[in-house]
Design a protein around this ligand. Structure first.
Ligand SMILES: [Zn+2]
Length: 167
């Protein structure tokens, strides 16, 4: 059965100036492509799970969000020849009371269902408590709370996950 690593986006994979609405303002942290390549090599699907309430607020056009994720994939492709396997996004505002906004596990559950990934063999990496809790609530093997924009805690999570995956 497939296994996945669920990845928060902003401040886990990329710097976040706040409600990025333009692909030109999007870049990956330099250590991210090689880390994700390592996960792919260990047999994991890669899934972005992200709250993007700027969409629900009308500050981010859905088409712009797609372009941003196309750029994310292009950057990964150029650097390491890989891309994300799925994007699972909550576009709602907190006050909408939706079923998918992290810390709810729905974004992970949805992606796991569509990819056929076994949650108990999967992992979550994010920089916020809501990421950590979403991972636990989804029933992943381990949920990693890293420091925002931090290379060493990101790499440590990658190392541990890729070692478990290769065993
Ligand atoms: Zn939602």
């Amino acid at each position: 059965m497939a296994k996945a690593v669920f990845l928060d986006r902003d401040e886990t994979l990329n710097p976040d100036p706040g409600y990025i609405s333009d692909p030109d303002h999007f870049s990956l942290y330099p250590w991210v492509p090689a880390g994700l390549k390592r996960l792919k090599e260990a047999g994991y699907l890669l899934v972005v799970v992200s709250n993007q309430s700027g969409v629900g607020r009308g500050w981010i056009e859905p088409a712009a969000l797609e372009k941003i994720h196309a750029k994310l994939d292009r950057l990964l492709q150029e650097a390491e020849g890989i891309r994300m396997d799925a994007y699972s996004i909550c576009p709602h505002r907190p006050e909408d009371g939706c079923i998918c906004r992290k810390p709810k596990p729905e974004l992970l559950l949805r992606a796991a269902r569509s990819l056929g990934a076994e949650l108990s063999q999967s992992f979550m990496i994010g920089d916020r408590q809501s990421d950590y809790e979403a991972g636990l609530a989804a029933g992943v093997k381990k949920s990693y709370l890293i420091r925002p924009g931090d290379e060493s805690s990101f790499k440590e999570a990658i190392r541990e996950i890729s070692e478990i995956g290769s065993n």
